[in-house]
Design a protein around this ligand. Structure first.
Ligand SMILES: [Zn+2]
Length: 383
């Protein structure tokens, strides 16, 4: 992976490139960023840059022998450690990342914004929590203790050190006194869940989330046929999480904006037969899509509140602008707050595995009450 294929992140790229160019690569560094931020992508591009035999203009050349291997995640001096589960036919305590490299390589090249949920699905770990075990720690120490094969450097990327328990203390000596030209890069999301003993020995580089424009361009470049309305909605509701935006945009053919409008309309009308059909339709899409719909509705309410206060439509897509303008007839800031609270409650109930049908019907009645309360200048029938 090269830096040029990562959208934005100018500050982070410059910092990493400068470290290499000035020969001041920290022995142990944590790239820390929220889920869906390009921290893993940056770590991969950084590793590729360090190992490249012909670095050019602040990026790896992409064509030298070393780059070709790094870009396939097959460079013998580039080691990986990441959370796994037990491999079929093997005990968990005997399984390490090595056993999952054949899944890791395609997973990362398909999506360098990978998060633990996507990875868990990839390796069939929906029911078991992946982790980094003692055997893995011993393997890391062994790998870095060996001489490098092809490059003057040895690199170890530890993805999600949050999944390292107390056994992580075994790594302290390796992190504190690494052998020459050995660099450890940890890629993390949650500083509070990493062993303090590890954090205190690492330099931390914060990675910012991608902007909506960068996320849109990135997804569009890879999926040119994607519906732009669905893409705009997916990006807006993902709040800088590129992985989530990708997942929603690709996995969904649902126009959430349309869905929200019909929900409000039916709730307002209190047409229980039609509401029941609407709920049945949404329910068939599954819990994950209902969750996404609620998240979309919440992000739309935030944008709508912004529009109400500023009349600035620049953050809304074309179809959202139309809905927002119509909504002003019935929805003021007080109602926005009540609806936002209702959506939040609905989302947490869905996440707590409450029956979606029961939850959605109760919330639809409540939504109708909110929308009908006080004076309405014009009814939702006109929307
Ligand atoms: Zn190269």
């Amino acid at each position: 992976m090269q830096f040029l294929s990562i959208p934005g992140q100018a500050k982070e790229k410059k910092q990493l490139v400068t470290q290499v160019n000035q020969d001041r690569i920290p022995h142990a560094q944590i790239l820390l960023g929220r889920p869906g931020s390009p921290k893993l992508a940056l770590a991969l591009a950084y590793a590729c840059y360090i190992l490249c035999q012909d670095r050019k203009d602040g990026d790896a050349c992409g064509v030298c022998k070393s780059c070709l291997k790094s870009m396939q995640y097959k460079h013998p001096d580039l080691h990986f450690a990441f959370p796994v589960i037990s491999k079929e036919g093997k005990k968990r305590e005997d399984t390490t990342s090595q056993d999952f490299l054949d899944q890791w390589r395609p997973a990362v090249s398909e999506n360098p914004y990978l998060d633990i949920q996507a990875w868990s699905q990839y390796i069939g770990a929906e029911k078991t929590q992946p982790n980094i075990n003692t055997r893995e720690c011993n393997e890391m120490i062994k790998q870095l203790g060996m001489r490098s094969f092809e490059s003057p450097y040895k690199l170890l990327l530890i993805w999600l050190p949050e999944y390292l328990g107390k056994e992580g203390n075994r790594l302290l000596k390796m992190i504190e006194e690494p052998t020459d030209n050995t660099f450890i890069i940890l890629i993390a999301e949650n500083q509070e869940r990493i062993l303090n003993t590890i954090i205190s020995r690492c330099q931390i580089t914060k990675v910012s989330p991608v902007s909506d424009i960068q996320a849109t361009e990135y997804i569009k470049a890879r999926h040119p046929n994607i519906d732009s309305e669905i893409l705009a909605q997916a990006v807006q509701m993902s709040d800088g999480d590129l992985n989530k935006a990708l997942h929603i945009a690709l996995g969904s053919s649902i126009d959430y904006s349309d869905l929200l409008l019909s929900w409000m309309r039916l709730s307002y009308k209190r047409d229980f037969s039609e509401l029941n059909d609407w709920i049945t339709m949404l329910n068939t899409k599954g819990r994950e899509d209902i969750k996404h719909f609620m998240e979309y509705a919440m992000s739309f309410m935030r944008e709508y509140a912004f529009y109400l206060q500023t009349e600035d439509v620049s953050r809304l897509s074309d179809s959202q602008q139309l809905i927002a303008k119509n909504m002003t007839k019935i929805m003021d800031m007080i109602k926005v707050e009540s609806v936002a609270k209702l959506l939040q409650e609905c989302l947490s109930e869905i996440m707590r595995n409450v029956n979606p049908r029961i939850c959605l019907m109760a919330k639809s009645i409540e939504l109708g009450d909110i929308l009908r309360s006080k004076d309405q200048v014009k009814s939702l029938y006109d929307m």
